[in-house]
Ligand binder design. Sequence first.
Ligand SMILES: [Zn+2]
Ligand SMILES: [Zn+2]
Length: 140
Amino acid sequence: MSLAADLLDLIFPPACVSCAELLETRGPYCALCALGLEPVPRPGCPLCAEPDPAGKLCRRCRLRPPPFASARAAFVHEGPLARAIHRFKYEGRSVAVQPLVLIDDVFTTGATARAASAALVEHGAGVVHVLTLARAVGWE
Ligand SMILES: [Zn+2]
Ligand SMILES: [Zn+2]
């Protein structure tokens, strides 16, 4: 580690992004919060990834097909990850957005993904894929 990084750690010691517990080494989560991360169950809806044991289209996508080609999330939006996202959003940091891949923090009902995808398609995007860090499950 560089001297600058060591000095920065003295001024701003590394802390868990969820519970703010001070960490001995750099990393996003303390050991306890890291254990609370739950991957989104698979299989799921081929469009929005709502968990479904048969991997069929969910009710929402059947009734109102989304304007995006796919939406995926790594983790379920709950526990330490939900707390970290809440802290991230309300401390004024920004999220990364890129024209054909739409990146967001949470896929809840899909309303944001639908609206943003529709705007991208309206302005010339051919195919939009949505990627989120977390996904709420059981919203049907
Ligand atoms: Zn923690
Ligand atoms: Zn779906």
